[in-house]
Design a protein around this ligand. Structure first.
Ligand SMILES: Nc1nc2c(ncn2[C@@H]2O[C@H](COP(=O)(O)OP(=O)(O)OP(=O)(O)O)[C@@H](O)[C@H]2O)c(=O)[nH]1
Length: 624
């Protein structure tokens, strides 16, 4: 069973018709093909990229639901093409980040150039392995802008899942060629026939177009490569045109600055070229260009239709906008449409554990947000936690992964506050309307909620979610969705025992723990739940916050009204342990002094809240 949320946020009360998931604004227009460089095989030292004309180029992404085997298929493709040597240790080679290896998921799209000889012709294949989890679907849509086709992988046992549908539509709307591949046919419970029928029913792709493979064992993987060459068209562009390069991704290297992943929609680029960013109008000199095999391999030049990387001395995070167009100095071109900016769905406060680390954390945040530009950052401060930021993420997993990367890649220790969703308030107070200069404001910080009396209406974000489930669970799932105030939009049998449900969900109802609840099919909880939820939160925080030397009051409040309270008892040092028998006044004095000490400590004491306590608390683990 799986859930996928549409990335497009909508606001309660007024619901426009469903829009596409976070997709590029539109496909960059390709220029007419005209290239005639001769073919040649791959050189041993430096690869001469001029020997790969557009006709010999295929740019494609691998897309799928979580865990259906994208990265494993990428491993086999890298091996077959000799990009990496064949060993038993090649496991998700393109998942390079520590967080990806530890969690076994792809977080960041990764590209690699493969060289493949088919029927005597040398082809240059640019492959992009994409993440499967819905929180990272903006990575998929960006990757697709550099491609003309996709391999859509579906697990032969699980069949079509929610993210299969979402990713299919991303590729379909971008008018890309789609090669359906049914993976894991080696599994005992594999039923490729059933999955082929699902693909035909939902995507209108004839069953005989599906390729049955085992990425793990390598079965039929070569057929996939042949299909890529036959079915995916080469890019349509021209090296004789002026340079037009799309920055579709970028990473930050501590030593060399920004490394931008680029797709050339025209012209050529080489070391020493003077280039201009269409976004910032700043000028740079190119230090290095190259391809990823899958590590950076410098080349003399890159040509129209090719996908590679570029280093040009960009040092500031703001200089390498994803979606930017680069052109040659004094040869301006019409910029490519770029990408729709992604809207964060979940907000949380982030503070350094130690305020003296503020500047270090600031610079770590700047660098990490360059690698992950979907995170929004606003300065914020809290009485209890000091100066910090309010960060916007695309989902809870995204938030956890970002936090883990800060820790692992930048050695930062942070406090993350409870995740919340944005709200809008339609103001009724003339004074506030004047103050804000508008009658509707977006609130990303619960502490900034305007007074109820100054607001005529609150709007909450609504998302369109897709659930794919075996039919025996439908009843329970419908109950769960209703309990979360969801409105059913569609119910479709994708085969005799699998159902696809579509619901409009208030984001707040699903953002933290819906997926867990869906998996365990617990029936949720009552409607008016503020008091119960407040009590539960306090109880849970009491369990997660370590006891201190002084008493701590844990309170849940709505505005100024306290609705629940728990007391965390202090550790008590036995100050009278050394008074053997005797003098009562001496004992009383020691106890009085201890009480006074604790009173003072309560005033100045810092409570260390474990970083993940909020998330654990909000997952409402106790109500299962
Ligand atoms: N039996 C079997 N297992 C496979 C096959 N392909 C992949 N797997 C396993 O499925 C799991 C997920 O594979 P990945 O390649 O990481 O899947 P993914 O789609 O890249 O995952 P995300 O990037 O997190 O969405 C791993 O444990 C693989 O070993 C296959 O053909 N047969």
């Amino acid at each position: 069973m799986a859930l996928a949320g549409r990335a497009a946020l909508r606001w309660g009360a007024r619901l426009p018709s469903p829009g596409p998931a976070a997709a590029p604004l539109c496909r960059p227009a390709w220029l007419p093909a005209a290239c005639g460089r001769p073919y040649s095989s791959r050189g041993k030292e430096e690869i001469d990229m001029s020997t790969y004309p557009v006709e010999s180029i295929r740019n494609f992404s691998i897309i799928a639901h979580v865990d259906h085997g994208k990265s494993t298929l990428a491993d086999r493709l890298l091996e077959i093409t000799g990009t990496i040597s064949k060993t038993d240790h090649n496991k998700q080679v393109l998942d390079k980040l520590q967080v990806e290896r530890e969690r076994g998921i792809t977080v960041k799209a990764q590209s690699a150039s493969l060289f493949y000889n088919h029927e005597g012709i040398n082809y240059l294949l640019s492959l992009i392995d994409t993440p499967g989890h819905v929180d990272f679907s903006y990575e998929v849509s960006r990757s697709l802008s550099a491609c003309q086709g996709v391999i859509l992988v579906v697990d032969a046992n699980e069949g079509i899942q929610a993210q299969t549908v979402a990713n299919f539509y991303l590729a379909f709307e971008a008018q890309l060629s789609i090669i359906p591949v049914i993976n894991k046919i080696d599994l005992k419970n594999a039923d490729p026939e059933r999955v082929e029928k699902q693909i035909e029913k939902l995507f209108d792709i004839p069953t005989d177009e599906c390729i049955r493979i085992s990425a793990k064992q390598g079965t039929n993987v070569e057929k996939v490569l042949q299909k890529v060459i036959e079915k995916i068209p080469p890019p349509q562009c021209n090296t004789a045109d002026p340079l037009k390069a799309l920055v579709f991704d970028s990473t930050f290297d501590h030593y060399r600055g920004v490394v931008a992943n680029i797709a050339l929609f025209g012209g050529e680029i080489a070391k020493g070229h003077k280039i201009v960013s269409a976004h910032t109008k700043k000028r740079y000199e190119v230090n290095e260009v190259g391809i990823l095999t899958p590590n950076e391999q410098p080349t003399h030049k890159l040509y129209a239709g090719q996908v590679g990387y570029l280093i040009a001395g960009m040092k500031e995070v703001t200089e390498a906008q994803i979606g930017d167009t680069l052109f040659l100095y004094k040869q301006p071109v019409e910029p490519l449409p770029g990408f729709k900016s992604v809207k964060p769905m979940v907000f949380a406060g982030m503070y350094p554990v130690d305020q003296t680390e503020y500047n270090n954390l600031k610079s770590a945040l700047e660098r990490l947000t360059l690698n992950d530009s979907s995170v929004t950052v606003h300065r914020d401060s809290s009485l209890a936690l000091g100066a910090g930021w309010r960060l916007g993420f695309l989902g809870l997993l995204h938030m956890e992964v970002f936090n883990q990367r800060l820790e692992q890649e930048y050695n930062m220790s942070v406090i993350l506050t409870a995740p919340t969703v944005p709200y809008k308030a339609v103001l009724s107070s003339a004074k506030l309307i004047k103050e804000y200069g508008k009658d509707q404001i977006t609130i990303i910080n619960p502490a900034q909620f305007p007074d109820k009396l100054s607001v005529s209406e609150y709007l909450e974000p609504i998302v369109l979610g897709t659930i794919v489930t075996p039919h025996e669970y439908i009843g329970k799932i419908i109950t769960l969705c209703q309990d979360r105030r969801a409105v059913q939009k569609d119910l479709l049998y994708i085969d005799e025992n699998r159902v696809m449900l579509k619901y409009l969900f208030p984001l707040n109802e699903i953002v933290v723990d819906f997926y867990d609840a869906l998996k365990s099919l617990s029936s949720g909880y009552a409607r008016d739940k503020a008091y119960a939820a407040g009590k539960l939160l306090c109880e849970h925080l009491k369990e997660t916050i370590p006891r201190q030397l002084f008493e701590i009051a844990i309170q849940a409040a709505i505005g100024k009204k306290i609705i629940a309270r728990e007391t965390l008892k202090p550790y008590r040092k036995n100050v009278v342990a050394k008074c053997y028998g005797g003098d009562i006044t001496r004992r009383m004095k020691l106890l009085r002094r201890q009480a006074e000490g604790k009173r003072l400590m309560r005033k100045i004491g810092n409570v260390e809240v474990p970083r993940d306590a909020f998330i654990r608390v909000l997952k409402r683990e106790t109500d299962k």
